[in-house]
Design a protein around this ligand. Structure first.
Ligand code: UN1
Length: 486
């Protein structure tokens, strides 16, 4: 079985731990490679390398830094199919979605490459004569990127590309479920011309590698996507670092009785069972308003029953495996919780027999807002139908959860749509489209328990730069703001 290394200071090196771990194909449970079990001492070396590389990279003009991103976009495009197959093999999502994962990285590389010739600041007036005022963006410094397994190419790209174009140096700690995708991603960055030390890769457990990064004094920024409890602990430990957190969702889709129900059905099935429900943006609640509920139940039950479970590489598969055994167990625990709470199981609710971390697409109805399956993130193919008498009740239900990432409403009524846009507490609201499928040139993030970082788009730069305010006084004399002003 192939063995992979850490990448530190421009070299592939083994961990000081002398230990490795395996990454498994979730459809077969077979290992696909062995990876270094990194330690705090490895992080120490990686941070030192990133610190050493920082001055030179910072001084490289942004349009020159951007060349690396353009080249990375080209390489990603050339290897799209090969990488997509790897994403499916290591993470499980079906091949068309895996291609989307890689495409998202290509789009992100191109978008942030363009920033090499923008990185706009602001100029403004001064209250004093012969004085100039403006802001410029400066890099944060050494940043730690802690990335999840569900978008194993796209999410590292959301973080690495803006970080690089803004002049930061990086230590990447990927999820231990998808270290091979991260390794391939780093290889592409190197081939694209990232100088030694600018990007470093340390695989290994969160308790060791992640913690060491989060607490290292020379690491000035942390960007994390993952589970809420980890995110909260990062927020506590990170002290004065600049911290970006994206911690999941309990995203809902409101369906009004006037909606195009066939369209809504397509959106719900795609949002709930795409990526086997393993997206932060996945739809896990349908809130059917008024008389729509019976028809919504009927349609969704039929569609959910028809979904074909299987390995993601097979063209006949609609829903692939979950990431690991714990994910199957967690999803199943929630099925048991839902039944015990009195929800009605319409479809699925069990893992099939045989190899692979599969779980049947599961649909509950009669779910009430206080039930745990209506409040907690399951991160699996499990969807709950709730009922609300009116639009305002539906919005209250939508907002009754701790999270606030994505949301959607299906209606033909423009007034209802805008009322929902204004009142839903979420970072993203879709009208007549599902909760998933954010585009890379728009801000992505949430409110409340999701965290409030905005990745991607123009706001993606804020995570990896500080704004510096610059005053240039060319009057040649002492001028006192607030005092020498009539
Ligand atoms: C995530 O699940 O963390 O909007 C990211 C979407 C994708 C990104 C999801 N473009 O569903």
């Amino acid at each position: 079985m192939p063995a992979f290394k850490l990448y530190i200071g421009g070299k592939w090196v083994p961990s000081g731990s002398g230990q490795t771990f395996a990454s498994l194909n979730p459809a077969t449970e077979r290992p696909i490679g062995r990876f270094q079990k990194g330690t705090a001492a490895d992080v120490e070396k990686a941070v030192a390398a990133a610190e050493k590389a920082l001055p030179r990279w910072q001084e490289t003009p942004p349009p020159v830094r951007a060349r690396v991103l353009y080249k990375a976009a080209t390489l990603l495009r050339q290897r799209k199919e090969e990488l997509a197959r790897l994403v499916t093999t290591e993470m499980g999502k079906v091949l068309p979605e895996a291609r989307g994962d890689v495409q998202e990285a290509i789009d992100t590389a191109e978008y942030f490459a363009g920033e090499g010739r923008r990185l706009f600041g602001t100029t403004t007036t001064s209250e004093l004569p012969d004085k100039f005022a403006m802001t410029i963006r400066v890099p944060v410094g050494v940043v730690g990127l802690i990335t999840p397994w569900n978008f194993p190419i796209a999410i590292p790209s959301w973080k690495a590309f803006p970080a690089l174009v803004c002049g930061n140096t990086i230590v990447l700690k990927p999820s231990s479920d998808t270290p091979l995708c991260a390794t391939r991603f780093v290889e592409i960055l190197l081939e694209a011309g990232v100088p030694p030390g600018v990007v470093n890769l340390v695989t290994g457990p969160g308790e060791d590698v992640g913690d060491a990064l989060v607490t290292h004094p020379a690491v000035r920024g942390i960007s994390f996507t993952g589970h809420g409890t980890t995110g909260e602990s990062i927020a506590k430990k990170a002290g004065t670092k600049k911290v970006g957190l994206e911690m999941g969702g309990k995203n809902g889709i409101i369906i009004l009785p006037d909606a195009d129900l066939a369209l809504a059905e397509d959106g719900v099935v795609w949002g709930a069972y795409g990526t086997a429900g393993q997206r932060c943006t996945a739809a896990s609640r349908v809130i059917a308003v008024g008389s729509s509920v019976k028809e919504v139940e009927r349609r969704l039950a039929a569609r959910t029953r028809a979904l074909r479970l299987g390995p993601g590489l097979l063209p006949t598969t609609d829903v692939g495996p979950l990431i690991n055994r714990q994910a199957v167990e967690k999803t199943h625990r929630y099925t048991e919780v839902g039944k015990a709470e009195g929800a009605k199981l319409l479809v699925g609710g069990s893992p099939p027999v045989g190899k692979g971390f599969f779980y049947r697409p599961t649909l509950f109805t009669g779910v009430t807002p206080d039930m745990r399956i209506a409040r907690e993130e399951i991160f699996g193919p499990s969807l709950s139908i709730l009922h609300a008498p009116t639009l305002d009740d539906a919005i209250d239900i939508m907002n009754s959860v701790e999270y606030g990432l994505s949301s959607a409403i299906y209606t033909r009524d423009v007034r209802a749509a805008f009322r929902a846009i204004a009142r839903i507490q979420a970072g993203i609201t879709y009208v007549n489209a599902s909760t998933i499928g954010a585009e890379v040139h728009l801000p992505f993030g949430g409110v409340k328990g999701t965290g409030h970082t905005r990745e991607a788009g123009w706001t993606g730069l804020d995570e990896f730069t500080h704004v510096k305010t610059v005053y240039v006084d060319y009057s040649g004399k002492l001028q006192r703001a607030q005092i020498d002003v009539e």
